[in-house]
Design a protein around this ligand. Sequence first.
Ligand code: URA
Length: 284
Amino acid sequence: MSRHALDELGLGPIWIRREQLAALAFDTSDADTNEAIEAAEVIAAPAPAPASAQIPTPKPARPSNKAPVIVLPDARTRAAPAKIETSQDDARSREIATLDWDVLEEKIRACTACGLCEGRIQAVPGVGDRTARLLIIGEAPGAEEDKQGEPFVGAAGKLLDNMLAAIGEKRGDGVYIANVLKCRPPGNRNPQPAEVAECAPFLARQIALIQPTVIFAVGRFAIQALLKTDAPISALRGKVHRHGEIPVVISYHPAYLLRNLPDKAKAWQDLLLLADQLTEHPRK
Ligand code: URA
């Protein structure tokens, strides 16, 4: 993601980790890179931000003796293994739970389980590395995704790519991107509970096939689908959650960040936590 592209989007400066810049041996005499370093500082520590919002300088993002708080799922989900709740434990769900990748994608593309199939151009199963260690889960396709058949290809997707780049990750390279809903809700309205329930077996199967070592859930619908909580993002972020055994880091949805630039500082903190988790949980 070039700085120029971000400016065009009105997103301001590129996000990049200071230590990552050093590791990549960027030429720090380069004007753009220097601006990027400054930008990282600005984003991580805007004027009135608390000290905790500042980017740690070359030392590790999180002191190793301070493990992130692990929030266990509530009693309802703790009793069961990792399971996305479906509308019913019916034959359809059980069949989806057995599908291989190709048949799963065919089923998603042909799905008529809810009314969203009527307004879609195409279903959007997901994109990326089927053996990814990082699974990113968003909400639902928007207009551009509906056209192109790939998640996060609009403005929010550009920001997501940029966020990934800031921690050295890249769409398709050890990363898989999926949504809670595979079809676009009309007018980009919020997903409805029945739609989430019908799509849930697809997401559950994607998680089971990928077996990611870390999940990054962005936005309230992804968080609710995975963690079964209505708690606000502000109350949940900054901790590592679990979906079954899989660590889950949460953050604001990139589309929300496009409208609420000050919260990018918090999202940066979330990305640092995600990067820590990826280091702690490498692909075996
Ligand atoms: N927002 C999402 O949650 N997913 C997409 O694929 C695009 C925008």
